[in-house]
Ligand binder design. Structure first.
Ligand code: IMP
Length: 429
């Protein structure tokens, strides 16, 4: 039938996992289109919590086929750990997971390089997840990367690993003073992964386009968020892929005309993990309080997240770049106890008023925020089932976001569990 893209609208960690899991109920296929094991998509069902890094968040629903597209970079060690974890939790991926042969692999030297590059920087550290994402995408675009399909051909694999390591070992030793890695042990390990992965490999583009012809629904799951986009985010403090919706076409092998809808996932406040500009960031105690209220620690690295108020120019940037037609607003309940809630509506640099998030990093670092203030609702929302039953001031907050962004909020999340969700009838999918 058509494709519905789910994109992160801030700096990632907006709660995409929960919303993708929720929407998967009415989906035939769930397909991840970019990023890698830097992502941490959390799904909570009662007392069970699943954190997925590579496998799409549709996997929890037994009727959904899950696809890892060519745009994703795959660390087989993480992939098979995740498959094992799911198996232990009675979720069998057999016959329900398809992996693009064109997807690039993360190799041990990518992770070593990622960490060495970061720790050698005196300033301007990016604060990467250390999962080898940047170096793996560098090899992809340098045309020296190793792809999933290469795991099936011993000679090609050995040759490519040797060629890559010849160069990487020199860089590691000369620039970073790091010990050389052995090609043969990596070859052995990756040949084993090849045997394990062979049953999952498919031509994902053909599979997805056939599914569309058969009137199937596809949910395209993005990772990270708009402000971490390598082209449009707070460069260089970004990830090495394009989380925005257009990347779903390239990362899955589907045409733009197949996309029917784009939902932006947006947190009721803002967080970011890692370094870089963050206009509405709280300082000191306020940041700590919000972090504690929202349990804001990275799902992949456990790092404390930086916190701040909701930022309208950032939401508008996400809307513009991804063509977002509705929002899923998450973690509204985290604001339940606050007296006052602020929204950044525009910025200033000196006397100059700025309505759009600037592209220039120097400007991004200088932004002062213009806020409006709304009264809190000071009552719990976590058990509420219908929009009408939300406290008046909570509805005012949601409607103010709709008014300022001109995009409807179709889903509201008021707790981590699948059933702590309000789907507004007027915007049903
Ligand atoms: P990398 O993607 O590991 O190279 O990290 C680059 C930047 O993106 C760092 O600031 C990371 O903290 C951030 N980042 C990467 N993945 C995620 C994510 O899934 N959620 C939030 N931040 C992320």
């Amino acid at each position: 039938m058509s494709v519905h893209v789910i994109v992160g609208s801030q700096w990632g960690d907006e709660g995409k996992g929960k919303i993708v899991d929720l929407l998967s109920e009415n989906t035939d296929v769930c397909a991840r289109y970019q990023g890698g094991p830097n992502a941490g998509h959390s799904i909570v069902l009662g007392d069970k919590k699943y954190i997925l890094h590579l496998i799409p968040s549709g996997i929890i629903h037994s009727g959904v086929i899950n696809v890892i597209g060519n745009g994703v970079v795959i660390d087989p060690a993480v992939l098979f750990e995740e498959i094992e974890f799911l198996k232990k939790n009675d979720i069998d991926v057999t016959g329900r997971l398809k992996i693009s042969g064109n997807a690039h692999l993360i190799l041990p030297y990518h992770k070593v390089l990622d960490k060495a590059q970061e720790s050698s920087k005196q300033q301007n550290k990016i604060g990467t997840t250390g999962r080898g994402i940047g170096p793996a995408y560098v090899d992809k675009y340098n045309r020296s990367g190793i792809r999933v399909v290469d795991l099936l051909d011993e000679n090609t694999l050995r040759e490519k690993i040797k060629q890559n390591l010849y160069q990487k070992n020199k860089i590691l030793a000369t620039i970073y003073g790091v010990e050389a890695l052995s090609a043969e042990s990596i070859v052995e390990q990756y040949l084993t992964y090849g045997e394990m992965i062979s049953g999952f490999i498919d031509d994902v583009s053909i599979y997805l386009n056939d599914a569309l012809k058969k009137d199937k629904n596809i949910l395209a799951e993005g990772a990270q968020g708009t402000l971490l986009d390598v082209d449009f985010g707070t460069y260089p403090f970004v990830t090495s892929s394009n989380p925005i919706s257009g990347a779903a076409c390239v990362g899955l092998g589907i045409g733009p005309t197949k996309i029917r809808r784009v939902t932006g996932i947006i947190k009721a406040y803002t967080t970011r993990v890692g370094e870089g500009p963050f206009p509405t960031e709280f300082s000191g105690k306020q940041g700590e309080e919000m972090r504690a209220l929202g349990d804001e620690y990275g799902a992949t690295t456990g790092r404390p997240r930086r916190c701040g108020w909701f930022d309208v120019p950032i939401a508008k940037l996400a809307i513009r770049l991804s063509g977002i037609d509705s929002f899923a607003l998450t973690k509204l309940d985290v604001l339940d106890t606050l007296d006052e809630i602020k929204i950044c509506v525009s910025y200033f640099i000196g006397d100059e008023k700025i309505d759009d998030f600037p592209t220039n990093i120097k400007k991004q670092e200088q932004l002062d925020c213009e806020y409006i203030s709304l009264p809190g609702w000071k009552s719990p929302t976590t058990e509420i089932k219908k929009y009408e039953d939300l406290p008046v001031n909570a509805k005012r907050y949601v409607e103010k976001i709709e008014e300022l962004t001109n995009v409807p909020v179709s889903i509201i999340s008021i707790g981590p569990d699948r059933n702590q969700t309000i789907v507004r009838e007027s915007f049903v999918f």
